[in-house]
Ligand binder design. Sequence first.
Ligand SMILES: N[C@@H](CCC(=O)N[C@@H](CS)C(=O)NCC(=O)O)C(=O)O
Length: 206
Amino acid sequence: MQLYSENHSPFSAPVRIAIYAKALDIEIVAPPGGLRSAEYHRINPLGTIPCLMLDDGTRLPESSAIMEYLEEKFPDPPLLPMNPEARAQVRLLQRIGELHITTQTVELARLPDAGDETAANRLTKIVRGLAALQNILTGDTFAAGPNLTLADCQLAPALFRVPRVVGAFMNRDLIGAYPKVARYVETSGRHKAVARVLEEMGAALA
Ligand SMILES: N[C@@H](CCC(=O)N[C@@H](CS)C(=O)NCC(=O)O)C(=O)O
């Protein structure tokens, strides 16, 4: 299997954390010809990374679909808890990370004008996402308890980007305003797979 990915990509980062945490034999490669090339669009007509190329040639784009597939195909070590309520909690945290944080920072980073009304809407969504996390996080090492889950794969890279992107729009330590979130950033970053991906992202963004 191959994963098309780039180190700066916040949507690819969660998939790479899952791959590293499970020690999977998946080759991680850049999109051939570049993300916007005709060559890559022939592989993945959505034109997005990440995209997993299965051994039978099937292409699986969309980070959450890829992570669900990897979890089912390679359940050991598990990145989802056993009981339905705990699984729902992990998926909720994943959605908050993807929709309220990552998507908003990606769109914010595309906006040139710091005074734009669209920027204010994106910042509001990020603030709501952080406030929700402050309520939902267990206060444990990882987002949903003592073990790494898919929630951490999503949230750690999402939160990593917040100060880097929001800094251009406001002079405020947004994460620091939510102590449980700030602590979570610190504790989750100690996991080897998380630390590796955050380092890759940091180097790519520098
Ligand atoms: N919902 C998609 C979003 C993927 C996405 O938008 N990735 C960005 C890179 S971080 C991308 O490929 N953008 C295409 C482009 O900029 O042309 C997922 O979760 O995989």
